[in-house]
Design a protein around this ligand. Sequence first.
Ligand code: XMP
Length: 511
Amino acid sequence: MQKEELILILDFCGQYNQLIARRVRECNVYCEIVRHDISAEEVKNKGAKGVIFTGGPASVYGEDAPKCDPKIFELGIPVLGICYGMQLMTHTLGGKVEKADKREYGETQVSFEKSILFDGFGDSNVCLMSHTDYVDTLPQGFEKIAHTESCPFAGIQNTEKNFYGIQFHPEVNNTSDGIKIIDNFVKKICKCSGSWKMSSFAKETVKALKEKIGDGKALCALSGGVDSSVAAALLNEAIGENLTCIFVDHGLLRKNEGDEVEEVFGKRFKSKFVRVDAEKRFLDKLAGVKDPEKKRKIIGEEFIKVFEEEAKKIGTVDYLVQGTIYPDVVESGKGIGATIKSHHNVGGLPDYVDFKEIVEPLRDLFKDEVRKVGRELGIPDYLVDRQPFPGPGLAIRVTEDITKEKLDILRDADYIFREEMEKDGVNKYSNQYFAVLTNVKSVGVMGDYRTYDYMIALRAVTTVDFMTATFTRVPYETLERVSSRIVNEVPHVNRVVYDVTSKPPATIEFE
Ligand code: XMP
């Protein structure tokens, strides 16, 4: 992968940090998010062509306010400060930041003056503002390049040193054409050529993996999710039959899912594929268990046991392949203060399997980049475009205790819901949608008969990061058809409800 043109994004805990990185990469420039307290020396050693300071919730006068190494401003490389980043730059370089009584929040009309940063942007534009403190006095050498009605310095620059600051957020969609600002910064100011391309990633990674692994053997726990599938596909290209993929079918998968995974990895790929039918084992362990946390724990432990047993049959391997992607890397502690939900996939695996090293070929990529690589490697769209699916599978979508009968009901209802959402194009604006078998039974009437059957809840959310989400505004017509089909086609369901709760206060999953 071509990494020589690097932009570093210093993380001040802003909620949109990953979006900034996404935007930079959309400009075909490679970037990494790093801790805010990275030393100037490290920035220099990494060969960064520019630095972006993110926004963040702190005030520069706060006791624990995150600071940067001031020597970064002496490296001779361009700096763009966004929101808190601009305030910190101002504060560090001798300007003055003031506390305002009121927060300025929302889409705001911003007036622009001439600056290379705003090339192609016009005199005025709607931008997302979200700040309380504001820059009151500029540091020496700076001039104003943007303002709003209530914010005198919405944009500042020091062209001699190539320091730029903006109070609004160019990375979000609410700022129309905001990507142009990022493009101007990375290309016109930092002089990156914009030659980093995803298309070369697959080829170069396969080559690098071939060199690294040679004739060694690798093992991959394949879940059927996008990340482990694409990681396995890269290894399949690189080392072929020296890779063994173990797919634990715990009986908690969606309709047809196990067969779809087998079709691709078992039939089309050169690598060895082991599908372990562990449905009975999992369902026996889960019988009568109602507590969601207990269910998760049982599934996690059982998964490791099954995997370990299968891995033992293979013997020692050199490499364990994991589908870690960039957000996992950032979330697992490189950033500060991030409150991220713990990941409960196949945690702890490395302790149980005899191997020499972990390979994580997707460590640098975002989800949609992973999907692109997957497509390039010939993984079919239905696998590559898969929405997130939790490690514990349908076990956390059947509330309370689980039986095979309930799982089968859920699988059928879920399939209908997904099919209709896709038919009506609602999937384009809903990021995750699924059915849940509630443990509620209610009275209904079918023909002349009274029924007493299960209630299915439909859940669909629109979200960027899955940390917060709103319920998707699914058209009534779609809901009506889904409801009617489920009640008519799936035995033992006589009522369908739609969940209109956002996250928070609810979570996306029911358990
Ligand atoms: P919640 O329910 O916490 O879910 O709002 C947020 C996102 O995480 C997924 N999720 C999981 N993913 N293992 C996973 O790999 C899990 O145990 C798990 N629990 C929730 C959920 O589907 C949603 O996308």
